[in-house]
Design a binder for this molecule. Sequence first.
Ligand SMILES: [Zn+2]
Length: 306
Amino acid sequence: MKYVPYTYKITFKETGEFYYGSKYGVDADPEYFWVKYFTSSKTIHKLIELHGKDSFKVEVLQTFKTSEEAQLSELKLIRDSIYKKLSLNGNIGGICINPNKGRIIKDVNGLTSYDKCQEKIYNTKHNIILDNGLTIQENATKKAKETALNNIDENGLNSYQQCGKRLKNDRNKINPKTNKRIYDEIAQKAKETALNNIDENGLNSYQRGAIKQQESALNNIDENGLNSNQRGGLNRMREKNGAYDTFYYNNGKINKRIKNGEAIPEGFIKGMLPEKTYPCKYCGKKMKKSNLSRWHNENCKLKGNL
Ligand SMILES: [Zn+2]
């Protein structure tokens, strides 16, 4: 076996990512590169494991007489390229520059080390039950909630309320006419927050607000024993209906509505005029005009018999 130190470049064909290295140990011989020797890079080994050794383009760049020369050349190659996006080199001469290069390689399931780590953390958070019966995640959420609720400012508002107030203030500063997009965005966010803020009864913020409002209306009783809802209903009825609290009077010729408590004109007595009746032209029965056209005259049962 010859001793020929060398530098090499390995390119992962799929992505164009590349790795520079050198071989300068006692068994250095470019003839065995990618035959017996497949670099010492863990990142490349991982890729070989996943994609096979044929998914690389391999090049011996230069050969040297001494190991120092090979190492120096390698240093220069890496130094000039390690900050490039496609570089798979993680360190220069043993000094770690980018420890995460190997971690972004996806395994057969398409997961990187990061993903797997995330999965591990997720499982830990959600599957381990603490003494209080809560998962780590639930316990953390509970603690954060308690902290937020106990963090009262000088206005007596807790963290949630402070945040809500800030948001509202921010929103009020925006003119919906000139800044419609931002205004709508904030409104949309507030809506989502309210809809997602579900309590132990399964109610969102809007529903809780509506119930609160309803309760306070029902409990707000006036001296007549009416609650807010009933007062509101009564007022609306009065506004809409001109006949509210009026009575019919007549003078023998016309009917007139007179409001309760108002003076009654001379000659008028309480009650309506007797309604005028008309005879059916087929059977002669007398009745109010509205019934006549509906059940008699042209609709009279006797019409055909005559
Ligand atoms: Zn008739």
